[in-house]
Design a protein around this ligand. Sequence first.
Ligand code: CP
Length: 322
Amino acid sequence: MTVELAVPEPRAAQWTRRHLLGLEDLSRSELETLLDTAEEFVEVSQRRRKKRNDLKGKVVVNLFFEPSTRTRTSFGLAAKRLSADTLDFTTSGSSVSKGETFIDTAKNIEAMGVDIVVVRHSSPGAPHLLAQNLACSVVNAGDGAHEHPTQGLLDIFTIRRIKGRLEGLTVGLVGDIAHSRVARSNIHGLLKLGARVIVCGPSTLVPQSITQLGVEVSYRLDDILPRCDVINMLRIQFERQRSGLFPSIHEYARLFGLDSERLRRAKPDILLLAPGPINRGVEITPEVADGPHSAILQQVTNGLAVRMAVLYLLCGQPAGEG
Ligand code: CP
């Protein structure tokens, strides 16, 4: 016998969007609906029978034009846990190599009767383009350096679960802010939910314009560490950088890497996050990444509940405005 959760129906009634394209457009109440719905789905993954029927008969496709380990598998598993049929598209081996366009590729996949497209692309705005051209729901799984809304949500969800609140907390986002879609989604979500955000990194990787979003900027990790309740160590995005944005990896690690010596400057209960993948020994040393302050693998576990919540809220709704 399948025991279905009594919950998230009332929460679904509060959700009217067809797409999840970013956290910038969401209200505080919408963010809370997503987080509260995810909270209900945590329990599903702890059961012996890790399955619900909410998306039975629906089709969810992963349309990934960039590499991914966590996001792609997490969305795939989330869809399966809700009993959806799933498709996994990757560019290698596809007709993209024969010159098929992004939109044509997506429209052909959608023509197989797809209900939700989860898309990752190197171009900012690619998911928005799909949302304008497809009839199904679109979820942004990372668009260039723009947004990665489900990563932002799972980071925020992890903070809320461990710290018990978001209001009044100080969260440090450290590293390659300029190229980080994770930073942007975190900033939009955290500020709306009442946290303070400090971004920190080498001046070449922290655009001055970021202050317009309402964050504090620092160029010295040692200065901000004692003030932070949470520190989120972002990956250096070597693949998106021009050369010469900092003198050397060794220099970066010395000034902005988190090791056990530097961690002594932090609050005793500091929570360490990292979106992954991590460059061990660059952003974080192995003993800190695997140490008692780290919630890196809990983030991955929580990501599953967050993505189940996203698919559930989008697919249970009549087509509305994105
Ligand atoms: N954090 C994250 O997006 O990881 P992947 O690139 O492996 O999906």
